[in-house]
Design a protein around this ligand. Sequence first.
Ligand SMILES: *Cc1c(COP(=O)(O)O)cnc(C)c1O
Length: 474
Amino acid sequence: MESKPEARLELSEQEMLDYGHRIVDLIAGHHATQRTKNPVAVATRKEMDTLFSEEAPENPTDAHKVLDFVMEQVIPGTNLLSHPKFFSFVPGPSNYISAMADTLATGFNVFSGGWAAAPSAAELEIVTMNWLLKMFGFPQKKGGGIFTSGGSMANLTALVTARNIKCGEDFSKATIYLSDQAHSSNIKAIRVMGFRKEQIRIIPTDMEFKFGINKLKNAINRDRLEGLEPFCILASAGTTNTGTVDPLVEIGEICKKEKLWFHVDGAYGGAAILGKDGKKLLKGIDKADSITVDPHKWFYQPYEMGCLLVRNHRWLSGTFTEKPEYLRDVEGNESEINFFDHGIQLTRRFRALKFYMSIKTFGLKAFREAVQYNIDLAEATDAYLRKSRTWEVVSPATLAIINFRYNPIAKNLSEKELDQLNAKISEQVVNSRQAMLVTTILNGMIVLRMCLINPRTTLKDVTDTIELCESFAD
Ligand SMILES: *Cc1c(COP(=O)(O)O)cnc(C)c1O
């Protein structure tokens, strides 16, 4: 028996080549010319519905026509997070080698779940994980980790592991501590895990947006006196708002003394370890039990790629191993890791490949220089703003993030006027589509925020954008 030719979802070899070459041309062309495009796409649901809404088509359409339509309508409807003037959220600078590596992994549809399915894919995950373990000062043989879809999944995987190791089955009295600047994905993870609101302690930060240590100690003591069971402190190494690194050394000491799990969410900021001052900036991170880093942020990888590192790989296998009968035969040797036993997903794409190929191709030194450049660029932006009579730095350049606001000395504006003015500036910049620059709220003030982790962003890109802001200020 054979399926009908059209039911094989196939193209001829020549058709595949023509189609594939077009796509590579488009991607390479985009990488080469991205700087000349506008980074911002804005559209309403209604506009998008008008363009795209239709029933699933029963009948075929020419492949090139579908691709043309996608290039004309779909791709332009997305923000360019790799654009040098995309300053908001956490940009995704990405790189071409990794984009091609992802294409390769998808083209060969590599199953990166178990050792037996792809020994080389599992091995590359082990090798690249060892690179990361070494960077963060974790033990290489004993330590372990897993690549995930992103930081949210890495944090969830970390906290499930922490709970299993510290609390076992009964977590009804367990409490967890994080600061009011911790990333929202952590609260989401804690809620997904079935903790009640009363088990979550959100500790206020100090004037510099750091975890308040005294308040943290008080909360832990109080909870113990109430008969509760503190099990984990979650620190941020680079809060998304300001780049602030929590006092990791002190938090590590508290965790040691109180026998708590020490998780560091370094989803965006962890990569600073590559810079020349990285060890100093992230002092104490090597004492964590687990670390989240997001290679799809500041390790310049395309989406989706997060990573969880743990001090002891047995914590992962001890938490996530469940063996249905049909997986019995693929267990293999203990040292031959089945990554489906180290995390939540069974079927997994081959994420390690892009990390491996880009680091092999460019060399780690290029990554170190890129990260240091980003830190220096934020410092230069800080210095530029401080020289001006119209700008005020609200939170200084930290791990490539800076927060500032338009506040001309001469005008003496009220807080309310300043909030309105800065919100207006951001709105007009975004509407101009020339740069992506949105606001955040710090100590109740509306401020502009730049996250400068793109190594292709120049100081001129930054100062041109600041001048654009000034043009909208009056
Ligand atoms: C981005 C970020 C996350 C979430 O990571 P995703 O990859 O978006 O899921 C978690 N924590 C911090 C500090 C982040 O900056």
